[in-house]
Design a protein around this ligand. Structure first.
Ligand code: CLF
Ligand code: SF4
Length: 297
């Protein structure tokens, strides 16, 4: 499936388990939970758990300092040779914690230059960090884009924290959307591979996501990952809309099929935790808790 891609892109995706479906059978990824803060509110977020940008909510990740994260990554790399990608995906928004996120990447690219670096974000702080992302050799970025229409966006994201102020409603959603789209265009121009994640929320943005897919593809996104809203009782409720349900398997698949005409769709996402370790769908995090890493000197 990768054969039709230009060589430069094939080289970037062939051993990335999320960007290439083939690769996920052979290669593993790990996340380090170094980013606690967030600069927006998603109605589906329960701040007690990991960021739902990427993570399956339900368990709190152990927060690491950049130093601990680097140590953990090196320990995992020594134990799991298939581990090719280090991602930062929470528990908050990685780019709302730029010092911690970039310090981790900087240290790792010096100590383990073969590990590919990956980051996921809600996109609000993305444009001003595009240069830093390129300087740190981060080749893979995921932006969670749930709408390109501020009226729909405001139903999902009630507020943002922007230039030291809390901004609400449609005005906030408009800024978030503008920043996401601008960040996507800037990354595409610089040759960074961008995946777009969208959380499918029945009755809110499900009809709209085909349009999102079309627009992000036109702006240079490489892959679109439509994920189901997880509305499980242990996660609490969809805070802004009590009783909101997630999509059924068939509804999700129908939407993925409808978007597939426009661009490559990711269908093997496992909605990982912010501290996941191992092959997709596998979590070996318990082998690498901080106390165990400390004894691995
Ligand atoms: Fe992690 Fe995300 Fe990078 Fe992959 S996960 S930061 S792109 S290395 Fe992958 Fe997990 Fe799905 Fe994310 S299966 S939740 S898409
Ligand atoms: Fe929660 Fe992530 Fe949304 Fe921030 S971006 S509010 S951490 S789900």
């Amino acid at each position: 499936k990768l054969a039709h891609l230009p060589e430069a892109i094939r080289a970037k995706v062939k051993d990335h388990p999320c960007f290439s479906e083939e690769a996920h059978h052979h290669y593993a990824r790990m996340h380090v939970a170094v980013a606690p803060a967030c600069n927006i509110q998603c109605h589906y977020c329960n701040r007690k758990y990991d960021c739902s940008n990427e993570s399956r909510p339900g368990v709190v990740s152990e927060l690491l300092t950049p130093e601990q994260a680097v140590k953990k990554t090196l320990a995992v790399a020594a134990t799991i040779p298939q581990m090719t990608v280090l991602g930062i995906a929470g528990p908050g928004d990685p780019l709302a914690n730029p010092e911690r996120t970039l310090a981790t990447f900087r240290e790792l690219s010096a100590k383990a230059p073969d590990i590919k670096l990956c980051v996921s974000t809600n996109g609000l702080a993305l444009p001003e960090l595009v240069d830093a992302i390129c300087e740190h050799n981060i080749d893979h970025v995921t932006i969670t884009i749930n709408s390109i229409d501020p009226e729909i966006g405001a139903q999902i994201h009630p507020w943002i924290f922007w230039k030291n102020r809390r901004i609400k409603g449609i005005k906030a959603a408009r800024i978030l959307i503008e920043q996401q789209q601008k960040g996507l265009e800037m990354l595409a121009e610089r040759g960074v591979l961008v995946k777009v994640n969208s959380v499918m929320i029945p009755g809110v943005n499900d009809q709209h996501l085909k349009e999102v897919s079309r627009v992000v593809k036109a702006k240079g996104a490489f892959l679109h990952n439509v994920m189901p809203l997880i509305a499980e009782p242990e996660h609490g409720t969809f805070y802004g809309l009590m009783g909101q349900r997630g999509p059924s398997h068939d509804e999700l698949q129908a939407l993925q099929d409808a978007c597939a005409g426009d661009m490559a769709m990711m269908r093997h996402c496992r909605q990982c935790r912010a501290d996941a370790v191992g092959m997709l769908g596998e979590d070996r995090g318990a082998e690498f808790t901080q106390d165990k890493i400390d004894t691995m000197e």
